[in-house]
Write a protein that binds this ligand. Structure first.
Ligand SMILES: Cc1cc2nc3c(=O)[nH]c(=O)nc-3n(C[C@H](O)[C@H](O)[C@H](O)COP(=O)(O)OP(=O)(O)OC[C@H]3O[C@@H](n4cnc5c(N)ncnc54)[C@H](O)[C@@H]3O)c2cc1C
Length: 382
């Protein structure tokens, strides 16, 4: 059998099939394997998330039905055991994210490829999948979405699927940054700086965390988590987000603090620092007011609790962490096999589920990859 795509879904499909004795060829269009995983590991690889299973399944807001049985069969505890057996020595971070001790993916990918070699998997690099053919060979497709085409896939498989009348929801950026037009002055000092312990609100939802200022806008957990609300806000013509720079204070409490901590000779910057605002937060206040922040404690507190930032658009899918959209639930059976293409399975981000960052993405890719690989091998055995 053939597995195409050497991301977490394809590598796991190959492992699951080879473990039960299938002869597996693993193909990828790239010259090396697991490149998206290696990229993901640069900022600390979250393999899965440690929380009650029901809560974890609730993270898959779109397409939960596509991943739930697979995750129940290969849940986070199993992912940790699997990774630990590869020497990852996983641990749970304070936010529930599960990391390999090395934080990066390099050692894990190396050990994984060695395990696949031991299991007899054949590797064929530089071999793009260009469409369905009429071979009778069982195939698992794990071609990913359309984010980071420089290292992974570009979603061009969608065309071949459409030609075969397989319904695919359009691939759109998910867990993407948002574009904000910063002034050159702000960027010069604060590009790459995180806004620590703030709360971001869009469309009635608020998420706490540490968004980071980038050349084109804001990146990071709270922004990614708010992608659905940002999409709605952009579509509805109300493209604003608000940043609460002091979420641990009520507005009245913060106004009192501004009043208490003012000294007659203080510059604005010194006064703000006494209140506990980090320099980047002060710069955001200046940015939002055209460098004319109010000087009255009450007005300042109101502003600091909800600094408005106009949004331009979600960052391009080419820079997003993942893609939403993909093959819809009605097109596959419970093992991920395509109804219209018996003998071809689909796994990982190609399926139309979506989830936030924090380990949920790789978890779903590993689980659906395992399901597809085992089913494809099982068919052979049967
Ligand atoms: C910067 C970054 C950080 C991330 N961090 C995390 C994290 O910490 N935790 C988490 O859960 N998720 C994270 N993710 C997301 C996670 O990496 C992806 O969800 C996951 O890699 C998707 O797995 P996949 O196997 O479906 O596809 P991919 O990993 O995208 O792999 C698809 C493979 O298919 C190959 N391919 C594509 N098209 C073709 C073709 N036509 N022919 C042949 N080969 C093809 C590609 O070359 C690629 O190797 C991160 C993503 C990025 C970009």
């Amino acid at each position: 059998m053939v597995v195409v795509g050497a991301g977490p879904a394809g590598l796991m499909a190959a492992e699951a099939a080879a473990t039960v004795g299938a002869r597996v060829t693993l193909r990828d269009q790239r010259r090396s394997f697991g490149r998206v995983l290696l990229l993901a590991g640069r900022s600390g690889l979250n393999l899965t998330h440690d929380e009650p299973l029901e809560q974890l399944l609730g993270r898959y807001s779109d397409g939960r039905e596509l991943v739930e049985p697979a995750i129940r069969a290969f849940p986070p505890s199993a992912v940790r055991t699997w990774a630990d057996e590869l020497g990852a020595d996983t641990f749970v971070g304070s936010s529930g994210r599960v990391f390999p001790a090395a934080m990066r993916a390099t050692a894990l990918v190396r050990a994984w490829l060695a395990r696949l070699t031991e299991l007899g998997v054949r590797f064929e690099s530089g071999t793009p999948w260009t469409g369905f053919d009429d071979t009778s060979e069982r195939t698992v497709l794990a071609l990913g979405g359309a984010s980071w085409p420089l290292v992974g896939g570009d979603g061009s498989w969608v065309t071949a699927f459409a030609a075969s009348d397989i319904a695919v929801d359009p691939l759109v950026a998910s867990n993407a940054g948002v574009d904000v037009e910063w002034s050159a002055a702000l960027l010069e000092r604060f590009e790459g700086t995180p806004l620590k312990n703030v709360a971001v609100s869009v469309g009635g939802r608020t998420v706490r965390g540490e968004p980071t200022i980038t050349a084109s806008g804001l990146e990071g957990g709270p922004i990614y988590a708010l992608n659905p609300q940002i999409r709605v806000a952009l579509a509805g013509g109300q493209p604003w987000l608000e940043i609460d720079l002091q979420p641990d204070f009520t507005e009245a409490g913060l106004a009192q603090r501004f009043a208490d901590r003012r000294r007659p000779k203080d510059s604005l910057a010194t006064w703000f620092r006494r209140v506990g605002l980090q320099p980047v937060a002060v710069a955001i206040i200046r940015e939002a007011t055209g460098n004319q922040p109010p000087t009255n404690p009450g007005d300042l507190a109101a502003l600091a609790k909800a600094v408005p930032l106009p949004l331009q658009c979600l960052a391009s899918i080419r820079r997003a962490i993942s893609s939403a959209g993909g093959v819809v639930a009605g097109e596959v059976d419970e093992s991920g096999m395509l109804h219209r293409r018996p003998g071809t399975w689909v796994a990982g981000e190609m399926l139309a589920w979506d989830a936030p960052t924090g380990g949920y993405l790789i978890q779903a890719c590993l689980s659906t990859g395992r399901r597809a690989g085992a089913a494809a091998a099982g068919l052979r055995a049967g």
